[in-house]
Design a protein around this ligand. Sequence first.
Ligand code: G1P
Ligand code: ZN
Length: 544
Amino acid sequence: MNVCTLSTHPFNDQKPGTSGLRKSVPVFQQPHYLENFIQSIFNSLQDYKGQTLVLGGDGRYYNREAIQIILKMAAANGFGRIKVGQHGILSTPATSVAIRKYQTFGGIILSASHNPAGPTEDFGVKYNIDNGGPAPEKVTEAIYAQSQAIDSYKILDASDVDVDNLGESKLGEMVVEVIDSVSDYAELMESLFDFDRIHQFLTSGHFGMCFDALHAVTGPYAHRIFEQLLGAPTGTVRNGTPLEDFGGGHPDPNLVYAHDLVKIVFGEQAPDFGAASDGDGDRNMILGRRFFVNPSDSLAVLAANAKLIPGYQGGLAGIARSMPTSQAADRVAAKLGIDCYETPTGWKFFGNLMDAGRVTLCGEESFGTGSNHIREKDGLWAVLFWLNILAVRQQSVEQIVRNHWQTYGRNYYSRHDYEAVNSSRADTLMENLHKIMPTLKGKSFGRYEVEYCDDFSYTDPIDGSVSQHQGIRIGFTDGSRIVFRLSGTGTHGATLRVYLESYEPDPAYQSLDPQVALKELIALADEVAHIHELTCMAEPTVIT
Ligand code: G1P
Ligand code: ZN
């Protein structure tokens, strides 16, 4: 078999964002585009000859073609073995599991997470390092630098590899090993949670749940774990077959995009528990009967109840949350006497803290929760964590959350997204905020007085690396906050995210609709940032 070296030219837009390189399918289908990026990943690595990589994706459109290209390029570049998920399927958390379990050199995940899929929708490539986590910035910067200098790539001239049947085959000198997409992941879940107890609970006849896989990657995982291993009735998992276009849906587990599930859980015959995951399986949404659990609260509740879970009985080393995530988890950490770290947006910032043993649980407001069992956020893990808590406490989701607020106070929280905003207008909005930043401290707006206003910068406590410009924070003297940042994962124009948070210690006032509780802060955000005027939008596109 021939190794072909093809000449190419750099594309100037291959800078990885919050979560890998994410572009529309037609962009990835341009001649040499995917190949350039993959070769740039390989070129940025050292001593990878003969090594093993894990490869898989969320099953979206172009997944199968990309798998073949990457296999042939890996063989041509001298990798020794690729462990590829059957049918090219591996969720993001399952990839992290495989990298860690088999101690591979790294892994490649093909996904654009929750973005819609199809011939004109999105595709993406993420590189994970040997700890199982997303490549840190120094690695993604090196990949980008390679992509700007690339003039050739290597690919094997060979026919396609069978990735539908388990087992090993040879591609040139390289071994291609097709692995079961689910079993390693399911085994790890079984080691963390009390499966017997959850099984009893789910088969007791007193508890009903509904999981919506949104036609994305978690379907096979959910069928195996909830229905086969834990005994939930068939039909508990909805939309459990991964489709290349995710059934035309938007597999983002929130109240807007998971509307069918929301209808069921807020309907007449509502089950006790509802959950959904996203395109690549790392996000989660948790619902009780007619009750939504805010992801920031979910992190805090998991932390407060961790001692009930076999895998976490020994206690938590610490908690980390991304900066815009509410401060609910900080209150639990304070009570437990452990550290709480505030990191920039993106899971990659948790890796060092977990590797150094500083934190056990991590979370983001964007429906991401996880722990040091892997180095990615993990949707089904969060669902299992909740099920284990419910099985032990025998209370409803709503009771557990209300109870939590009574103990710790409630951090009212909401995120307002303005999507597909003209990029230069979005930049102007952020620049304007930058300009007025120094003048805001000490100013009063109604009952709110500004305590600080800054552009969040993070110094990693483990390797000392500094990440600047991570979002503008306006903090008020009562602990309330408004945060503004531009998304690093969008593919159409700019997405402005406005994060709003206020604290209510009094149980008598903990039952408001967050949009009502945050009304003044919402108005204040517009007053300082001129959101409506600059985005030309009267309302946010998505409110979570
Ligand atoms: C978004 C979320 C962020 C998450 C990332 C990848 O990034 O806000 O928390 O880590 O997706 O799932 P953003 O678009 O805000 O840059
Ligand atoms: Zn995702």
